[in-house]
Design a protein around this ligand. Structure first.
Ligand code: HEC
Length: 253
């Protein structure tokens, strides 16, 4: 039995020894770790510090060296932020008169397009406006046709039918714009502007006709309206407001 006990004692002794050993080893591990940490931490601070110095020096050198980081290279010279002028309710920038009258006139031409066609060449029962003598000739004559409509013969002597009056609901600005558009489209190139002022005069002349509201005839047109509309000619390049077609105020005002 003793024999059988002895190994037990040995075992317990061994356990004690191995406990001590374990503690010693653990202490060694902890010691080593301390040394490890003690060695590492100052090193990483050193590297950090060295990198910071390198970055500062290199950055300064790069900043002075080339144009890559120059203010002028990264900012577009002369760039000015554009804002809408809110003083006058966000008005659009002015455009040259002929351009402004043309783009408004193109919209008003929607009244004529069904008969005279998008290319102004007419067709079927409708005469062409492209190359028409009466479109390109005296503006008073052309205006009388648009406001009152007409009953032939037309400028070529050909009778097509009757054109209904188009002036109803048109403002002087609309009339001037559509006349300017027709006189400068489809190959027509009068090169001038029929102003709102001229169109307003045309409306007065039309009201003063002997038989207002009836379509004009070739006879009346050639007898009474072979004239340019009264009014100051407008320089086609003068700046106007694109919506109202009023002369744009000069920037100094
Ligand atoms: C409903 C169809 C119709 C509409 C819309 C119409 N016209 Fe006419 N237009 C005619 C007809 C038809 C004639 C020819 C009348 C005739 O034979 O007497 C004519 C003739 C003319 C003439 C004379 C051409 C020439 O060489 O003698 C002009 C200029 C003209 N129209 C311009 C216009 C303009 C500008 C508009 C739009 C604002 C317009 N017309 C809208 C049908 C129309």
């Amino acid at each position: 039995m003793q024999d059988s006990n002895k190994p037990d004692l040995d075992e317990s002794l061994n356990v004690t020894t191995s406990h001590e050993q374990m503690l010693r080893e653990a202490a060694a591990v902890v010691r080593e770790k301390h040394v490890d940490e003690g060695g590492k931490e100052p090193m990483s601070l050193w590297i950090f510090g060295a990198c910071a110095v390198v970055a500062l020096v290199a950055g300064g050198a790069l900043g002075k060296a080339g144009s890559m980081f120059d203010y002028d290279e990264t900012v577009r010279p002369g760039y000015v932020r554009q804002t809408l002028d809110t003083d006058d309710g966000g008005a659009l920038p002015p455009v040259p008169a002929l351009k402004a009258y043309m783009s408004k006139g193109e919209k008003i031409y929607g009244k004529c397009i069904g008969c005279h066609a998008p290319d102004g060449k007419g067709g079927g029962a409708f005469p062409p406006l492209a190359g028409s003598e009466w479109v390109l000739g005296d503006t008073e004559l052309f205006a009388m046709i648009v406001i009152n409509g007409m009953s032939g013969p037309t400028s070529t002597g050909k009778v097509w039918g009757v054109m209904p009056a188009q002036g109803i609901g048109m403002s002087p600005t609309d009339l001037g714009a559509v006349m300017t558009y027709v006189r400068n489209s489809f190959g027509n190139s009068a090169g001038d502007v029929v102003t709102t002022e001229m169109a307003a005069e045309a409306m007065k002349i039309s009201e003063a006709r002997a038989n207002p509201g009836t379509p004009v005839t070739a006879e009346e047109l050639t007898a009474e309206h072979l004239k340019a509309l009264p009014g100051e000619p407008l320089d086609p390049t003068a700046m106007v407001d694109p919506v109202s077609l009023e002369p744009a105020e000069s920037p100094s005002e």
